[in-house]
Design a protein around this ligand. Sequence first.
Ligand code: DC
Length: 226
Amino acid sequence: MGALSAPPVIAIDGPTASGKGTVAALVAKALGFHYLDSGALYRLVALASEREGISSTNAYFLSKLAESMPVAFQGGQILLGEEDVSELIRTEAIGLRASEIAVHPELRQALVRLQHGFRQNPGLVADGRDMASVIFPDARLKVFLTASVAARAERRYKQLIAKGFSANMEDLLHDLKQRDARDSNRGSAPLVVAEGAKVLDTSDLSIDQAVKQVIGWYQSLAECAQ
Ligand code: DC
């Protein structure tokens, strides 16, 4: 599909717990677009591979598993086979394992086709680390959504407590910094501010303000294109 005829994409990348998932889902809803939570795919491979006893260093088996994984996104639910794993993949342990396995280029490649499949009319909002740089380099709008480490740790703490998981602020700060470092310094598709991306620091913004800003940017681009 050529870039001119392909459905438009809004790519929202950023570090862990920056709020990009919440913002991306709300932007998609407001515009009536599809939504891709690419981090969920890495989390699904992390969960499935742990269950199968596959080591986080075994790039070959991880990518084979990713290619054959029975995944479905249904409404708000994420299914692995028949099982609803929406909550199970949100733990810190699975997030850390996802970050560990995401360093392998073979696994990243195995997930490309699945991600491209989400690009459907009338458009797609995709969130992750490499949406703008690698998966959808022709995205109409590229946003790098970030927030201070302290703000992100606090948000993650509240999220975990609200879901009934136990959480410790010091451990969370440590885990966030560890994941930031690994996601940003890996050789394959590291987290970067893509060329042409607009940076949005949400440390002092509400979710609503962040959503409005992204939609505002998208609409002004659409007006310029007319
Ligand atoms: O966005 P998240 O916290 O759910 O992502 C979990 C991990 O998956 C993240 O630490 C790195 C990896 N990931 C990635 O490498 N590329 C993406 N596009 C999305 C996530």
